[in-house]
Write a protein that binds this ligand. Structure first.
Ligand code: NAD
Length: 258
């Protein structure tokens, strides 16, 4: 028996990183998974490996959402779960951020999350209820220099989460958010995408940085975030809605003088 037996869950940004681990774990727990991304080759390959469905979905485009939900329904008869995971990060001080760059981040992270909630709410209600898990960030609950557009979009995701939880609770839909700290994926460590990169040197640099910054002394693993997504999607969280869940190795707890 899997935790998600009988469930149909759409995961955005599922071709790699945290979304990939969520797709792997959810499939292992019995869900029929719909992987959505703009990285079509990687997404198709992973879906084939998992015996799942892949759909091309740019989360910032409403027509893509309509097509993705229709494809999911056609394949599996319903949708009763969504993990809004897709996201992008750009580094810039606020005053140096061009408007286009700010809007690009908002379009994917914030508008993408809004469109996802809007696209699936009716389906989840029709299925008799369901769950939405939004991926915010550590930077949804505190500031971080040089990621202003990102932090603003992630703060907005918590607002969307709370309002959606209030509006959708009467339909049996729970909506929660995850706030990961530093997680070891291509987003926090773009060198992962560089085949020429010295992986040992990269691991040493990451180790050194997070040993100092994070109380638990290491960067998080995408598999650990996937387990939180599973908890918030499954019945173990049946009385929880509208909440942000920080998963950051203690980074937000405060500063240590030792
Ligand atoms: P990642 O870059 O490895 O994965 C992001 C995925 O989203 C990729 O597969 C990418 O193709 C996809 N994506 C990007 N734009 C898209 C779009 N318009 N439509 C559909 N898919 C799109 O990074 P990750 O760490 O796995 O990120 C997953 C989520 O976690 C993101 O929302 C990110 O903001 C959030 N997050 C990451 C960290 C971290 O340290 N890695 C920390 C906090 C929050």
């Amino acid at each position: 028996m899997g935790t998600l037996d009988g469930r149909v869950v759409l995961i955005t940004g599922a071709a790699r990183g945290q979304g990939e681990q969520e797709a792997r774990l959810f499939a292992a727990e019995g869900a029929r998974v719909v992987l959505a991304d703009v990285l079509d080759d990687q997404g198709e390959d992973l879906a084939k490996e998992l015996g799942a469905l892949y759909v091309h979905l740019d989360v910032g485009r409403e027509d893509d959402w309509v097509a993705a939900v229709a494809a999911a329904k056609e394949a599996y008869g319903k949708v009763d779960g969504l993990v809004n995971n897709a996201g992008i990060l750009r580094f810039n001080t606020l005053v140096d951020t061009p408007l286009d760059e700010f809007m690009q981040v908002v379009q994917v992270n914030q508008v993408g999350c809004f469109l996802g909630i809007k696209a699936v709410a009716g389906e989840l209600a029709e299925a008799g209820g369901g769950t939405i898990v939004n991926t915010a960030s550590y930077t949804a609950v505190t500031g971080m220099a040089a990621v202003g557009a990102y932090a603003a979009s992630k703060h907005a995701i918590l607002g969307l989460t709370r309002v959606a939880a209030l509006e959708l609770a009467p339909k049996g839909i729970r909506v929660n958010a995850m706030c990961p700290g530093a997680i070891d994926t291509a987003m926090s460590n773009p060198a992962q995408l560089d085949p020429e990169a010295d992986t040992e040197e990269m691991a040493r640099a990451i180790d050194g940085l997070y040993r100092k910054l994070v109380p638990l002394g290491r960067i998080g693993r995408p598999e650990e975030v996937a387990r939180l997504a599973l908890f918030l999607t499954g019945e173990d969280s049946s009385y929880i809605t509208g909440q942000p869940f920080v998963i950051d190795g203690g980074w937000l707890a405060g500063v240590s003088v030792f």
